[in-house]
Design a protein around this ligand. Structure first.
Ligand code: UD1
Ligand code: CA
Length: 481
């Protein structure tokens, strides 16, 4: 197979400048870790295999990579002896790859599969031993410089620390993404030395070795250099995060989504939006959230792993793992916890918290309620201020309310309990056992008025004065002589 492709992702470095117990490539932007973005980009190449080199905190990094790419090969680099050594470890882990080996770093989260495809195609078409994905940058500090001869041919990559002043002035840099002819790579890797300023085995020295052997070497310059930028500290990570978000938001606007304020709208990489979705300011769409046509979300809404149906409206809401049906209304100030399912044309209104609750089509929980571990039937209306008491202090229990029921304000449903189809409850009812279909249930006692109580027990207060000036009398006080 002439076109066999092996991708090596370098992720052994520690990233001390993050000042974090979490390893650098596991820091996230756009809802994915940095290495997650790189893996998504390289998967677009459909390589025969992906080899990830892990070292620092490999007990965290390894499982994370396997979760994203179950058949990735993990190669362990015990000691960080340099990028050349890391690739040697990767190649040793897969035996004898043929075709092309593409090397990328795990910390370039803006990298796109399309750019890699163009780079790999150029490498193959030119039949080179080594191709460099290079970029021209305003400030090349820290990068390896691409040194070209008088004829413009690439001669070497020189690392910053090993560069002469003249070489440091070169603004074409090595992005760190390189493609190799596998046969050349396998033959040349053992010949790398660590005789340099950092005392490391530089992968980049393979450029000079290929040249010395009379093999073809070249650089493919990427215009969009942000794609090859890495984040070393949290400030750079936030900057890349903002740029990534700008790109994602722009892509969705081009795909037919209205975004009123791109600057305050955050959309994760895996979110899916339909045409004619409208997003209002201050909205975060996170994780695997999916929004259908004509839905309006925001302002000031966070939805993580949520599904919003066609034409639904979600205002000032925090939701996680919740489903909002077509034409439904949510908010303002609603809290949709995991397992919330609101049916088509249903409503979850102001100051309502829901959890593990299925609220049927056209059913409404309009005001100031908590609904947990419950099922509410089609067309039912739950009165304002209703609490589903789902937890008895030890275990959670389920509540079922039937179809087209009308429950009164300020009810408590003490689970486990079932309220039948078409049932009604009075205001202030505490429902402790099942309500038959069609019944009216009341539980609060008759109202009692203890006349004069305030005058007796709150004498001398403004409350008592107000009562007295309204003509209140204490029937228990003996009449004045
Ligand atoms: C490297 C390149 C440089 C390029 C730059 C782009 C070399 C010698 N230099 O320099 O030309 O401009 O990237 O960012 O390759 N890693 C390992 N094992 C190691 C050493 C590094 O896995 O032993 C990983 C790191 O975790 C990182 C990547 O390789 O993901 C690059 O290593 P780093 O030390 O950051 O190389 P740079 O000095 O940035
Ligand atoms: Ca680096």
């Amino acid at each position: 197979m002439a076109n066999e492709l092996t991708v090596v992702v370098l992720a052994a470095g520690g990233g001390t400048r993050m000042k974090s117990k979490t390893m650098k490539v596991l820091h996230s932007i756009g809802g994915r870790t940095m290495v997650g973005h790189v893996l998504a980009a390289v998967q677009a190449l459909e390589p025969e295999r992906i080899v990830a080199v892990v070292g620092h905190q490999r007990e965290q990094v390894g499982p994370h990579i396997h979760e994203l790419v179950p058949d990735a090969v993990l190669a362990v680099q015990e000691e960080l002896l340099g990028t050349g050594d890391a690739v040697r470890v990767a190649i040793a882990a897969v035996g004898e790859p043929t075709g092309t080996v593409l090397v990328a770093a795990g910390d370039t989260p803006l990298l796109e599969g399309e750019s890699l495809r163009a780079f790999a195609a150029d490498h193959l078409a030119a039949g080179r031993a080594v191709s460099i994905l290079s970029g021209v940058v305003p400030d090349p500090t820290g990068y390896g410089r691409v040194v070209r001869g008088a004829d413009g041919d690439v001669e070497a990559i020189v690392e910053e620390k090993d560069a002469t002043d003249e070489q440091r002035a070169i603004d074409e840099i090595n992005s760190g993404i390189l493609a190799f002819d596998a046969a050349f790579l396998r033959e040349a890797l053992p010949r790398l030395t660590n005789d340099n300023a950092k005392g490391e085995y530089y992968l980049t020295d393979l450029v000079g070795l290929a040249r010395d052997a009379g093999l073809s070497v070249g650089a493919f310059a990427i215009d969009d250099v942000a794609q090859t930028e890495g984040a070393n500290d949290r400030a750079q990570l936030a900057e890349l995060g903002r740029e990534l978000n700008r790109r994602i938001v722009t892509r969705w606007m081009r795909a037919g989504v209205s975004v009123m304020d791109p600057a305050t709208t955050w959309i994760d990489a895996d979110v899916v939006l339909a045409e004619d979705v409208t997003i209002l300011p201050g909205t975060q769409l996170l994780g695997a959230t999916v929004i259908a046509e004509d839905a309006v979300v925001g302002p000031d809404t966070t939805l993580k792993d949520c599904e919003v149906g066609t034409g639904a409206r979600v205002v000032r809401t925090h939701g996680e793992l919740a489903v909002v049906g077509a034409g439904a209304n949510v908010g303002p100030w609603s809290y949709l916890r995991p397992g919330t399912e609101l049916g088509a044309d249903g409503k979850i209104g102001a100051f309502v918290e829901t959890k593990n609750a299925s609220i049927g089509p056209g059913a409404k929980v309009p005001h100031l309620s908590y609904v947990g571990d419950a099922e509410i039937g089609e067309g039912t209306n739950i009165g304002a201020g209703t609490i589903v008491a789902n937890y008895d202090g030890v275990a959670k229990h389920r509540t079922t309310v039937g179809r087209h029921a009308r429950t009164g304000s300020n009810n408590t449903f003490v689970a486990p309990v079932t309220i039948g189809d078409g049932a009604a409850t009075g205001a202030g009812t505490v429902v402790r056992h099942d309500v038959p279909a069609g019944a009216l249930t009341v539980s609060s006692g008759p109202q009692r008025d203890l006349e004069g109580w305030v005058l007796r027990r709150r004498a001398g207060t403004t409350q008592a004065a107000a009562a007295e000036s309204a003509g209140a009398e204490d029937p228990q006080r003996p009449a004045e002589a």
